[in-house]
Design a protein around this ligand. Sequence first.
Ligand code: ZN
Length: 73
Amino acid sequence: MVSQDLLEILRCPVCVREKEGLLDLVHGTWLVCRDCGRKYPITEDIPVMLIEEGDKWIQVAVGDLPVPPPKLS
Ligand SMILES: [Zn+2]
């Protein structure tokens, strides 16, 4: 599990420049930005906070996110 302390300090790297970029944990393994809808996977207990990764999932509905997230290649 990713620690609660870590989750509380993580922010969307795109939105944090201008607003809060707060993230919601969904399915226990995705972090969804409340501002832009980018979705960042948590793979092997490590949140992948890459903008390009968030971009990849921006159009995918929360309910359609794969669980567990695909491994990064
Ligand atoms: Zn965002």
